[in-house]
Design a protein around this ligand. Structure first.
Ligand code: PLP
Length: 448
């Protein structure tokens, strides 16, 4: 490809490129940020500025940029077999090997893997699997899937419908039928003044109320992110997940856990289901599975559903890129590096607690109403009044202002409304955590 300067890239981009999740008119006025290179936890933009990537891309570049092991795995597989499909009674070594490796890492009875190209495709696959499963059990009326308001499960029609993002539902007449939502366990935003565990139980019990309202015989599954990521790093009170699991079991509702963000060490465990003691029937993963180097997703399926699907004859579902050999080879290399470098243990024992300690120190800032986090996920809430914890009026846009100040400091931090969130690469060092927190504090000072 020819080398282009920043202005030329911006011109081509503005003329021809429609971006995801972007206000195109605003983008065209300002010109897009041009990111040219990455190394470790840093990015470099077209002006040569070094930027600490506090979001690991989109919660995915867990091993950081420029890992030769992953690049070499892709190169070797491209030479050996760049593509073959898994349809019609065929397999290839990278897909079979990766499925077995994942089965060895996953909790409980999750021993069967269905590969996809993304997190959204995982959730579409879940919808088709659970409905097909129940139909095979002679219960075709079990179709409804319950999820949460403000959840994020992707951008396909089923993913966005399972998700609970109101602006996404407003565009295109979503959700699809038989997808309903209960409230999220967001204590700071929706439960202030209540005991967190009481609040967690009350929110979990909405699941039971919804099941009874719909009729248990109609409900196929409940789906949730262990920690809601895109919704604002919402960490449920300890009482929440055990109660959800109890209710699912009581009514024989399948439990689906979306670990697209939480999987692969983000919370200090290979999967957050281990942390919360969950035994899901299905588990979705993507993003960190290849450290973001190449698209891949997978749905892990527990014994009961897998047996139902296997007995159910041909499953009329799949993608050209299901188990793409190059993606599977990169995922395999990624998992090997994670094991060799004890990445998950490091997040659990060392860098996770260190980041959480340093992040909590921002809690004394006059703009900060709460800090919270788990592993290498963290959030802070911007407030207009630290004593009453009153939030800014929506129009104030404090989160966006803070995000821009972060960027000027050379830090990517994301704003979800007035909730500032981070999810840095899992290989971040202590010095880089210090740099991240110092830059965040300066950005907060400038936002005041
Ligand atoms: N599920 C969760 C929890 C996610 O955070 C995301 C993306 O951020 C998705 C699903 C969708 O994944 P993708 O963008 O790969 O389709």
């Amino acid at each position: 490809m020819p080398e282009l300067n920043k202005g030329a890239v911006q011109r081509l981009d503005a003329a021809h490129h429609l971006h995801p999740f972007t206000d195109s008119r605003a983008l065209r006025q300002k010109g897009a940020r041009v990111i040219e290179r990455g190394e470790g936890v840093y990015l470099w933009d077209a002006a040569g500025r070094r930027i600490l990537d506090g979001m690991a891309g989109l919660w995915c570049v867990n091993l950081g940029y420029g890992r030769q092991e992953l690049i070499e795995a892709a190169h070797a597989q491209l030479q050996q077999l760049p593509y073959y499909n898994l349809f019609f009674q065929t397999t290839h070594p990278p897909a079979a090997t990766l499925a077995a490796t994942l089965a060895g890492l996953l909790p409980g009875e999750l021993q069967q893997l269905f590969f996809t190209g993304s997190g959204s495709e995982c959730n579409d696959t879940v919808v088709r699997m659970v409905r097909h499963f129940w139909a095979q059990q002679g219960r075709p009326e079990r179709r409804v899937i319950i999820s949460r308001h403000n959840a994020y499960h992707g951008s396909t029609l089923a993913g966005a419908s399972l998700g609970g993002m109101a602006p996404m539902h407003a565009q295109g007449g979503l959700p699809l039928p038989d997808m309903v939502h209960i409230d999220q366990p967001y204590h700071f935003g929706e439960g202030q003044g209540t005991d967190p565990d009481e609040f967690g139980l009350a929110r979990a019990r909405q699941l039971e109320q919804k099941i009874l309202e719909l009729g248990p015989e109609r409900v196929a599954a409940f789906i949730g992110e262990p920690v809601q990521g895109a919704g604002g790093v919402i960490i449920p009170p300890a009482s929440y997940w055990p109660e959800i699991q109890r209710i699912c079991r009581k009514y024989d509702i399948l439990l689906v856990v979306d670990e697209v963000i939480c999987g692969f060490g983000r919370t200090g465990h290979w999967f957050a289901s281990e942390y919360y003691g969950l035994q899901p029937d299905l588990l979705c993963m993507a993003k960190g599975i290849t450290s973001g180097y190449i698209p891949l997703g997978a749905v892990a399926v527990g014994a009961r559903v897998a047996e139902g699907l296997i007995d159910g004859g041909e499953f009329f579902h799949g993608f050209t890129w299901s188990g793409h050999p190059v993606a599977c080879a990169v995922a395999q290399a990624c998992i090997e590096v994670m094991k060799q470098e004890h990445i998950v243990e490091r997040v659990h024992d060392d860098i996770g607690p260190y980041l959480q300690r340093r992040w909590a120190s921002l809690g004394d800032h006059p703009l900060v109403g709460e800090t919270r986090g788990l592993g290498l996920l963290a959030a802070l809430e911007l407030v207009a009044d630290k004593t009453t914890l009153a939030r800014f009026p929506e129009a104030a846009g404090a989160g966006l202002v803070c995000r821009e100040h972060c960027f000027e400091q050379g830090l990517v931090m994301r704003a979800v409304g007035d909730t500032m969130i981070i999810s840095p690469p899992l290989v971040i060092s202590r010095e880089q955590v210090d740099e991240l927190v110092d830059k965040a504090r300066r950005a907060l000072d400038l936002t005041l």
